[in-house]
Design a protein around this ligand. Structure first.
Ligand SMILES: NC(=O)c1ccc[n+]([C@@H]2O[C@H](COP(=O)([O-])OP(=O)(O)OC[C@H]3O[C@@H](n4cnc5c(N)ncnc54)[C@H](OP(=O)(O)O)[C@@H]3O)[C@@H](O)[C@H]2O)c1
Length: 339
């Protein structure tokens, strides 16, 4: 029996992590074509911190805002036109926000059904980052066996999955991470004696990367950071190399590359947006990703699990660059229950 209100971490106006406050909100009712999810876990996605500060130009924010873009749970009610047999199914929602609350609503046509063998906890940490890395490497960069691949922010969630995807494509992988702890985390995930992870806070990282790539440079560079180090990509990319951008966490856009430089140096620059790539390619990665996780070849970058009450501090830690991999927030837990 569902009561009328639910526990939620809410943002009423844009600002720093402190604007996240606990409140009770009405339990949402699923509309036509929607289902309601009793939320188990939410992944700490950088988009949740950006929307809190209203930094997503493409997303008009409606307050009160409940962040939590990527979250898992169990279907507990369905709206008009939705099969009631879906009640009880374990799902992942990546459609909007709402995961920092005991219940969310989502389009029934767009939720992802978690396969047996993927827990609700791992489910909140594995999918968006893996799909992004897969489409960037296989869709845009067309990574091949033997390629030398450079991956920025290798200790972040997308970076950690990119390490594994490139390694399994037969590439020789060089990750970059900020500081020894992140370097060790990423090296553990890469787990490949042919590859390496460099600490890019050291002055000599470019020389080390160049030595790893050899005289031909990197065949593929995947960059979600942008910022000052993006200029280094142009020094490190090789002939017929593919430089792919997926974000600009470090704040500044990647530098424009003049056409004569592209021609003379013979490389290409591209970008990937997950939703556009999935729409174009029809989510071809889904089966590949599930198979690789269920077979144990790839592992989710799940680094810690924190309670919902700690979410403001978690946002602070994300902005202070203290996090590694994907932290998961326990909302209702594996057996969702009402607070
Ligand atoms: N295009 C798409 O469809 C798509 C989809 C998903 C994600 N993304 C983008 O891909 C990037 C990585 O996403 P993610 O989920 O892997 O993020 P994440 O887990 O939060 O990792 C981000 C990494 O960025 C590095 N970083 C550099 N400058 C930073 C700063 N000023 N503040 C915080 N971190 C900073 C940090 O590593 P170091 O400290 O080691 O530098 C951190 O580990 C983001 O830009 C995200 O928006 C794009």
């Amino acid at each position: 029996m569902t009561s009328d209100t639910m526990r939620a971490m809410v943002v009423d106006a844009p600002g720093g992590p402190e604007v996240l406050v606990e409140r009770r909100l009405p339990v949402p009712e699923p509309g036509a074509g929607q289902l309601r999810i009793q939320v188990a876990y939410a992944g700490m996605n950088p988009l949740d911190a950006m929307v809190r500060r209203e930094r997503l130009a493409w997303l008009p924010v409606v307050y009160p805002l409940v962040p939590g873009m990527e979250h898992t749970g169990v279907v507990d009610a369905v709206g008009e036109g939705v099969d009631p047999a879906l009640v009880g199914r374990r799902v992942l929602s990546r459609q909007g926000f709402g995961g920092y609350a005991e219940y969310s609503v989502a389009s029934a046509a767009a939720v992802i059904f978690l396969p047996d063998g993927i827990s609700l906890e791992v489910g909140a940490a594995y999918r968006g980052c893996t799909s992004t890395a897969w489409y960037a490497l296989h869709g845009a960069a067309r990574v091949r066996e033997g390629d030398r691949v450079l991956i920025h922010s290798a200790a972040g969630a997308v970076g950690a999955m990119a390490l594994q995807i490139a390694r399994d494509a037969g590439a020789r992988v060089c990750g970059l991470a900020g500081g020894p702890a992140k370097q060790a985390f990423a090296a553990g995930i890469l787990s490949d004696p042919r590859g390496t992870v460099l600490d890019y806070l050291r002055d000599d990282w470019v020389e080390q990367a160049r030595a790893f790539a050899g005289p031909d440079g990197f065949d593929v560079i995947l960059d979600g950071n942008g910022g000052p180090n993006a200029a280094r990509n142009l020094e490190l990319i090789g002939v017929l190399g593919r430089l792919v951008y997926i974000g600009a966490t470090a704040g500044a856009p990647a530098p424009a590359v003049p056409t004569p430089v592209l021609i003379a140096r013979c490389f290409s620059v591209g970008g990937v947006d997950l939703r556009s790539a999935e729409t174009k390619l029809g989510r071809v990665a889904d089966a590949v990703i599930n198979e690789a996780f269920l077979a144990g070849r790839w592992r989710a970058p799940l680094s810690e699990v924190v309670p919902l009450s700690a979410v403001a501090d978690l946002h602070r830690r994300l902005e202070a660059r203290e996090l590694m991999g994907r932290v998961v927030i326990e909302v209702g837990g594996a057996q969702p229950r009402r607070a």
